[in-house]
Design a protein. Structure first.
Length: 198
């Protein structure tokens, strides 16, 4: 039975599932609740951070233009350009992670979602519903934790959804749900990536 978290909630994944290494992180959402005249294209991205909370190099930024971490420990399913099935019950984009293969410097993995070309298309997360993130044990198929973001957003175009972070030898999940504006470039700057090179 998955543990449902609210914003700010945390769970110790290692204690919940000793020996956990291979996980799937699924993100889902529904769009076009309000017609903006243009299709939505939401993108899940991953920032792999060291103890400073920043990425060490460009490979630590996993997105539609770089689907695999150089270590092989993180693989993104790719960009799903169709937004939501209307039911809020299926992953739109997925990230496979093998925690045991992560380089030693990795202390945090942040999961974000941005609306592509949001300003020009006059779109924001106030027009997105049923957004969630979930963590699944790939070996058993069991859903360990789920965080439903709710309807807390209005003008934001980017969200830091959650993070998995290291505490000693344990991996924990933190439901963040923090809104941003400025697109993927703003998130890149926040995590220490040169946005102009992407």
């Amino acid at each position: 039975m998955a543990i449902n978290l609210k914003k700010g909630g945390k769970i110790n994944l290692t204690k919940e599932k000793p020996g956990l290494s291979k996980i799937l992180v699924g993100l889902g959402w529904d769009t076009n609740q309000f017609d903006t005249g243009t299709d939505f294209d939401l993108d899940a991205s991953v920032f792999v951070c060291d103890a400073s909370g920043k990425c060490k190099n460009d490979s630590d930024f996993i997105f539609y233009g770089n689907l695999k971490h150089e270590s092989g420990a993180i693989i993104h399913s790719g960009d799903n350009k169709v937004g939501g099935d209307g039911n809020g019950d299926s992953d739109e984009e997925e990230i496979q992670i093998d925690l045991s293969k992560l380089p030693a410097y990795v202390e945090k993995i942040a999961f974000t979602v941005t609306i592509y070309d949001a300003v020009r298309r006059k779109q924001n997360f106030g027009q997105v519903s049923n957004a969630y993130i979930r963590v699944v044990d790939r070996n058993s198929g069991e859903e360990l934790v789920r965080y439903d973001l709710g309807e807390d957003f209005s003008i934001e175009t980017d969200i830091v959804v959650a993070e998995i972070y290291k505490s000693g030898n344990e991996w924990r999940f933190n439901a963040i749900g923090s809104g941003f504006q400025g697109g993927l470039a703003a998130l890149c700057r926040h995590y220490g990536i040169d946005a102009d090179s992407e």
